[in-house]
Ligand binder design. Structure first.
Ligand code: GAR
Length: 195
């Protein structure tokens, strides 16, 4: 019997967080196996990255809404995830809100990473919101997903100072570097019952 925790990853974009999780699994610093990657964007880079790493991956049409899954899509996502054997679902840049049925299917088992120190700056382009506001420190947050937008119990945060020389782009680059350290290390602690 495998002692590895089975996780699935949902993403809409580049997949840098997914890649950091997959690399941590390969190195065994994260005792987990990624059973499936699903994207709501057909040509998302995250799917190509999964393909290159030999990890099962699929696009599932999100349906008619822009910010959430429609009922048919939600059922298809849940089925694919359950069929893959995933115990946890890690969101890695998945840009849709997950609703009741999905969250009930994976009760307290959906995790997200967000590029700000929540509860400050939820929503889109959080690093830009922080930069435009003029904060002197920002960062990223790993949290359990609940029914709100970027809310839910905080598991870990990484702090990134805002430098005088920063543009919102350079700031986001450093936040992403911190994300790629924080996400795998937090999941490792979570799965080892250290959180
Ligand atoms: C990450 O910066 C992640 O924090 C953010 O999307 C990016 C995905 O990048 N997520 C959110 O803003 C969720 N509210 P990636 O595809 O390269 O991992």
């Amino acid at each position: 019997m495998s002692l590895k925790t089975k996780i699935a990853v949902l993403g809409s974009g580049n997949g840098s967080n997914f890649t950091s999780l997959a690399e941590a699994c390969n190195k065994d610093s994260l005792r987990a196996e990624i059973t499936l990657v699903i994207s709501d964007v057909k040509d998302a880079k995250i799917l190509n990255r999964a393909k290159e790493l030999g990890i099962p991956n699929k696009f599932i049409n999100p349906g008619k809404f822009r910010t959430k899954l429609d009922d048919t899509a939600e059922a298809a996502y849940i089925k694919a995830l359950k069929d893959s054997g995933a115990q946890w679902v890690a969101l890695a840049g998945f840009m849709r809100i997950l609703k009741g049925d999905f969250l009930r299917a994976f009760e307290q088992k959906v995790i997200n990473i967000h590029p700000s120190l929540l509860p400050a700056f939820p929503g889109l382009e959080a690093w830009k919101q922080a930069y435009d506001y003029g904060v002197k420190v920002t960062g990223c947050t790993v949290h359990l997903v609940d029914y709100g937008i970027d809310t839910g119990r905080i598991l870990a945060q990484g702090v990134v100072p805002v430098l005088e020389s920063d543009t919102s782009t350079t700031l986001y680059q450093r936040i992403q570097e911190e994300e790629q350290r924080l996400y795998p290390s937090t999941l490792a602690r979570l799965f080892n019952n250290k959180i």
